[in-house]
Design a protein around this ligand. Sequence first.
Ligand code: HGY
Ligand code: MN
Ligand code: MN
Length: 418
Amino acid sequence: MTRPTDVPLRADLDRLMGRLAQLADVGRDPHGGTTRLALSDADRAGRDLVVGWMHDAGLDVTVDEVGNVVGIRPGRIDGPVVMTGSHIDTVRRAGAYDGNLGVLAGIELVERLDEERITTERPIAVAFFTNEEGARFQPDMLGSLAYVGGIDVREALDAPSIDGQRLGDELARIGYAGPHPCPGSAPAAFVELHIEQGPVLERAAVPIGVVTGVQAISWQQVTYTGRARHAGTTPMELRNDAGRAAIDAAHRVHEIAHEVGAPLVATIGSLRLEPDLVNVVPGRASFTVDVRHIDDAVLDAVDGRIADAAQLVAREHGVDLDRRRLARFAAVPFDPRIRSLIEDAARRLGLATTQLVSGAGHDAQMLARVCPTGMVFVPSTGGISHHPDEHTDTDAIAAGFAVLADVVRRLAGDEERA
Ligand code: HGY
Ligand code: MN
Ligand code: MN
């Protein structure tokens, strides 16, 4: 007698790719790509669309205090769910796949199980978490961090946005301040399908990435305050030029990164000068620093060197320095058993795999705090992500879905066909 799990479950690719395209149209950016910053009107529209698909799939949908959305398909027994999912908030001018693929693949999995009249022992949940990107509110993965109890809900709700709003107010404004308590119930396991967002799988010509873990991440905001002055009349030696200090300090960050070398990555993603005019010496300047490394000790040492350099620059330019921690998450290993399930699934499906550390942060790194967790990567064309040109081939998505489905079904256990 063949057990249902012996027969691979394939996605309805027209439905899955159609929904990815439809969701990518929500928040179309006039400069290209899609912009659905967390808790924006575009995010609300994306949430409403995906929640509608969750209801259509027969899921019992709940919204928690920080706006995390979880849809549950009952199992034959009650108890901890086998959860899959990701995020649907985006950076500015994003592509169509980052986060969205993991959420829509989860809904597709539920619909395919229903269509095949397959029941599982454990319930299966599909989730999307609030503010994974950390683009509008920091830290990143804020929703999943709250879901696992890694940040107090009140602190999460008070998180300030880069545009002067409070997370809790924005949540209420878009109608996603849910009644469900946070932290949420710990799943039995969590498996996330995600695009790699880098060049490794494509270079290796391998369709499936078995993610070993996520590298350590450090985000901070560096702000210099000097004195705004006339650009034409103020002699150089009389200036307290905050803009020059910021540019010098940002240059030092890149010099430090060059000295430390790969695999360290460092990014000055945002740089703001005030009053931001051609003929005024900047009185205030602020920039963000994103540094990541697989080794926490190296990252701590780099953070220390950046702090020293920022102080030195402040003294050289006679300006005041303020540094604000935006995020610091240690490197996270994923569960060996989940990794083996992913390897085994790919092998049964005749798909080659390679193991790799995730360069990007993911909700899975938070769920790993409370349950066995793993990730399945599919290749990113040209290694491009956080850009309108982000792309993953349909056959790669089909392969990733088949692996995800196999792993989730085995974790949910003891299938029966009605
Ligand atoms: O920044 C990251 O790694 C993720 O996209 N939030
Ligand atoms: Mn993502
Ligand atoms: Mn992202």
